[in-house]
Design a protein around this ligand. Sequence first.
Ligand code: ZN
Length: 192
Amino acid sequence: MAVLPIVVYGDPVLRVKARPVARVDAEIRQLLADMHETMVQAPGIGLAANQVGRPVRCLVASVDDSNLLMVNPRIVSRKGSYEAIEACLSLPGLQATVPRAERVVVAGLNRNGKPTKVEAEGLLARCLQHEIDHLDGIVFPDRALPGSIHWVREEGVDEEGEPILVREDTTWEEAHEALLGLRRHRLAAATE
Ligand code: ZN
C-alpha cells in the first residue's frame, strides 16, 4: 500500500465527471487500498479517486466502525435534510455549512466487483454525498449555504499547547483565488 499525493483545488481533475469502472481488477483494488491508506494518513474520513488524480468512480470512507471501499457508487434513495460544517482534504483550511440528506442508500460494487448496497445516516451519509459529489466534479463550497464559507486558521497555541483556531469569513470567489495561489505555491515548491 502507498500513500498517494492529494491534489489541491485548482487541479482540473477535481472538476471532471469521473468515468465508471468497467471491471474491478487488481489495479482498481490497489487503487482502493492506496486511497484507504492515504485517507487514514491525512487524516480524513473520506476520499474520492479524483482527489488522488485518478478520474474513476471509486471512493473510500471511514466513519466510526464502518470502513467502506466502493466502486461506481450511486445514491438510490435519500431522506430528510440537515445542515453541518464540512471541510475537504483538497481545499485545506476551508469550511462551510452544507445542507445534505440525513439518510441515503448508496448502491455500487465492492472491492470484489460484487453488487453492494449501503444504508447510511448522519456523518457517514454526509461523507458519502460529499465523495460522490467529487466524482461528479462538485466540491462542497458549490453547495454551501450563502455566507457560511470561512477559513479556519491556526494562530499560535494556548497555555496547554492546543492550537488556537481563528475563523475568518470569506466568499467562494475569494477562497477560489486563494486556493489557486496555494496550489501554484505547492507546485513551485515541488519542482525546486
Ligand atoms: Zn472532499
